[in-house]
Design a protein around this ligand. Structure first.
Ligand code: SF4
Length: 419
């Protein structure tokens, strides 16, 4: 309930998203006092479960990206704690204090958070047999001052502000009847300190394209704005593919033309789409649409969806980490794209390294003019493939491009192009 230790382990992307949006929906209905309207999966909200932790810590991470999201989210999380504390049974409360102490003892001491010592003291205090029986009793009076805690006023600013506590020389006196309010206030201060102190440490996670997409979806879901990264679907992919890096645009065009791709080309292209945010359901529609068509004479693959649908579905689910070893497969990086030799039928590779000039021209001129292509070839003749790709990116994007741009992965190109 206090979320001191982040969860460990692996999780598939679509479950990850489902957890986050279920939590958001729940926080929203709780805020509107319409709990019955919740349509998400309640199993993702089970208190203390790994899903509960994943939802909380992911939103905590994403809230670092904007103050607007942070203030929206933290107020709702505090509300969730308030709700849970209002229903808590003595056994659960006892376990809560015990868990707080256990998780604090397991913490990395490098992260300084002034709430930690107070939380430890408060939990130990309330775990004393007499005190615990007193505060968890059904007959605990609403304005009881039998026991009291002295807390640094800076750690419970909202209680000080609303004059719920008495203040003397910077120390606030909290009576036992206010234990719930005190925990909620400490919870908020604890999280804000955690986010502040870990901001630099975890900043690099926020450049992950999957988190970027998720953040944009959240912005749209909550504030109905900022989601200019269109989710890739089977019906919009022709329009969206003009923002793909040349290697992936080429695979898209090949698929549209031949209605088939060789094994590795299909594998890497599916992973690219997955990393760019195409949902599992849309992947089924997209691949089914093409593989249901007769293959043309350029294609060596004779499989079709009608007779091999189970195999295709399994294969796509596998790439999405839902079958077999449930691995989080990733699309190749640019170096591997350019260097991998995957047989004569392989349609993939890096166009800036593996295609001849005529073929490259026919591909790039889908999005730039012939004149621009000629200039581009002249200006980049001495560059390596990735630098050429970055130059092409600048040519396409035209404005607001940082001179230092580097392209290491196809998905990175796409994310920079659309965001
Ligand atoms: Fe694709 Fe990378 Fe080559 Fe660009 S440099 S075309 S992103 S493989």
């Amino acid at each position: 309930m206090f979320y001191i230790q982040p969860p460990k382990g692996l999780i598939t992307l679509h479950v990850f998203e489902e957890i986050v949006f279920s939590r958001l929906e729940y926080l929203s209905v709780l805020n509107d006092n319409k709990n019955d309207a919740f349509k998400g999966k309640f199993e993702y909200l089970l208190q203390g479960s790994p899903y509960d932790y994943v939802g909380h810590f992911t939103l905590r991470l994403l809230a670092l990206k904007s103050n607007e999201l942070l203030s929206y989210w933290i107020s709702k999380e505090k509300l969730l704690l308030k709700y849970r504390l209002s229903l808590i049974q003595p056994r659960q409360l006892y376990r809560l204090f015990k868990t707080i102490i256990k998780h604090i003892n397991r913490r990395d001491n490098d992260i300084v958070n002034p709430v930690i010592n107070t939380l430890m003291n408060v939990s130990s205090f309330y775990l004393q047999s007499e005190v615990f029986k007193h505060i968890s009793s059904k007959n605990h009076p609403r304005h009881c001052n039998k026991y009291q805690q002295n807390i640094d006023f800076e750690l419970i600013p909202d209680l000080v502000e609303t004059k719920v506590v008495n203040l003397y020389r910077g120390i606030a006196t909290v009576y036992c009847s206010e234990w719930r309010e005190m925990l909620q206030s400490l919870f908020q201060t604890f999280i804000l300190f955690e986010m502040k102190s870990q901001n630099i440490l975890i900043k690099h996670f926020l450049t992950d394209p999957r988190l970027n997409i998720l953040h944009q979806k959240l912005q749209y879901y909550i504030f109905n704005k900022g989601y200019h990264c269109e989710t890739i679907t089977a019906s919009n992919i022709d329009n969206v593919s003009v923002h793909f890096p040349p290697c992936m645009m080429h695979l898209h065009l090949q698929l549209r033309h031949k209605h088939r791709l060789s094994h590795y080309a299909r594998f890497y292209y599916t992973l690219f789409l997955k990393e760019c945010g195409m949902s599992l359901e849309e992947a089924f529609i997209y691949w089914k649409y093409e593989y249901s068509k007769p293959h043309n004479c350029d294609s060596l693959c004779t499989h079709d969806w009608q007779t091999n649908n189970k195999k295709f579905i399994y294969s796509i689910r596998h790439m999405y980490g839902l079958e077999g070893g449930k691995k989080d497969y990733k699309c190749l990086d640019c170096n591997s794209m350019a260097e991998e030799s995957l047989g004569s039928t392989y349609e993939g590779g890096c166009p800036f390294k593996n295609f001849d000039t005529d073929y490259l021209k026919s591909l790039l001129c889908k999005t730039i003019t012939n004149d621009n292509f000629d200039k581009f070839i002249m200006n980049t003749s001495m560059q390596n493939p990735q630098t050429k790709c970055a130059s092409f990116f600048k040519l396409r994007k035209a404005t607001f491009v940082d001179n230092e741009i580097t392209i290491n992965k196809p998905v990175q190109y796409y994310m920079k192009m659309i965001c």
